[in-house]
Write a protein that binds this ligand. Structure first.
Ligand code: ATP
Ligand code: MG
Length: 307
């Protein structure tokens, strides 16, 4: 029989003959939540709402025009952390720097460019980087995608949505890493995702950069109301630097509940990429790993994860 977890909507194929008669509850091996098993006589538990929801992943971009604020570090560790938590995740690298592959220690032969250009079968453009984690790599070739978008007479802003729409249904989460600056690909990302996570480095001028970026999102929202700022993630928190805490306080006053627990400055986070490892592999007990686990709990809305 097929049972769908009421919490994370994952399907479980279960041989009912293996369930002892006195067992009435089960634990989902993906999200860890307990739920009731179907009563005797019921063979299939599929609710149609769950079936429809199952087809739509959560689509989150990690974006800010300012460079070096921890976007790629966050996208990679958010995606890998969600995969570790049991979700099936697609990480999309839309940056010509192509750093997500480097951080994950993989060397894909194809990626987002080949998917968007339709040069290869979609399945071969995605490389499996970890258990439950697939990567659509970025890199220099994305310049061709930007030219393609520019050449379109109309609908250029939907180029990414059309390409990803063909592959994203099988995932629980699609996490999009964004390059610094603002270009046609940035606009495409905001036409594709529904949630935006903005990392804000706790240094002077950071709030100004955030306000400018939020204005840009607002201008997109006029045409694409489905996208919204969901999370502000303070990064590079260094409690020894007084300004760091005062900027954090300002962010919390301005944006309240949207502000996540901060990611502390942690040298382990900057060392891990050279080994092609995520922070959970490189330094699982570090502040960096613990801070990103806290972010996963907030995004997945599950306080029990990793406890
Ligand atoms: N919390 C942290 N503590 C210490 N170092 C960090 C932290 N977060 C990121 N770093 C390091 O800071 C540098 C910039 O981070 P990252 O590449 O993630 O930023 P980015 O916003 O993606 O940059 P870009 O705008 O160029 O794409 C990297 O060397 C990274 O390893
Ligand atoms: Mg980056």
């Amino acid at each position: 029989m097929v049972i769908i977890c009421p919490n994370c909507k994952k399907k479980h194929n279960i041989d009912e003959r293996m369930i002892p008669a006195n067992v009435t509850r089960a634990k989902c091996k993906f999200c860890g939540k307990h739920f009731s098993l179907p009563k005797a006589g019921e063979t299939l538990v599929i609710d149609n709402k769950a079936r429809n929801e199952e087809k739509s992943p959560r689509k989150i971009s990690v974006s800010l025009s300012k460079g070096g604020v921890g976007k790629t570090t966050t996208a990679v560790n958010l995606a890998t952390g969600l995969a570790l938590a049991g979700f099936k995740v697609l990480l999309v690298d839309t940056d010509t720097q192509g750093q997500a592959s480097y951080m994950l220690g993989v060397n894909p032969k194809a990626g987002l460019t080949e998917l968007v250009m339709g040069e290869l079968e979609p399945e071969v453009t995605m490389v499996q980087a970890r258990e439950r984690l697939w990567l659509l790599a970025g890199g220099k070739s994305l310049a061709g995608v930007k030219r393609l978008i520019g050449r379109k007479d109309f609908g250029g802003e939907l180029t990414l949505s059309e390409a990803l729409g063909g592959v994203d249904k099988q995932f629980d989460y699609v996490i999009v890493d964004t390059s610094p600056g603002w270009d046609p690909l940035t606009v495409n990302i905001l036409f594709y995702v529904t949630e935006v996570l903005v990392p804000v480095s706790l240094e002077v001028m950071s709030i100004q950069g955030l306000i400018e970026f939020l204005k840009s999102i607002a201008s997109i929202q006029k045409y694409r109301p489905g996208v919204s700022l969901k999370y502000i993630l303070p990064t590079f928190l260094d409690k020894r630097v007084g300004k760091s805490l005062s900027i954090l306080g300002k962010l919390q006053n301005l944006y309240g509940n949207n502000v996540c627990e901060p990611i502390r400055y942690n040298v382990r986070l900057s060392e891990a990429p050279a080994y092609g490892q995520t922070i959970y592999e490189f330094a699982p007990g570090s502040n960096g790993a613990n801070d990103y686990r806290e972010l996963i709990r907030k995004v997945a809305n599950d306080n029990k994860l990793f406890r």
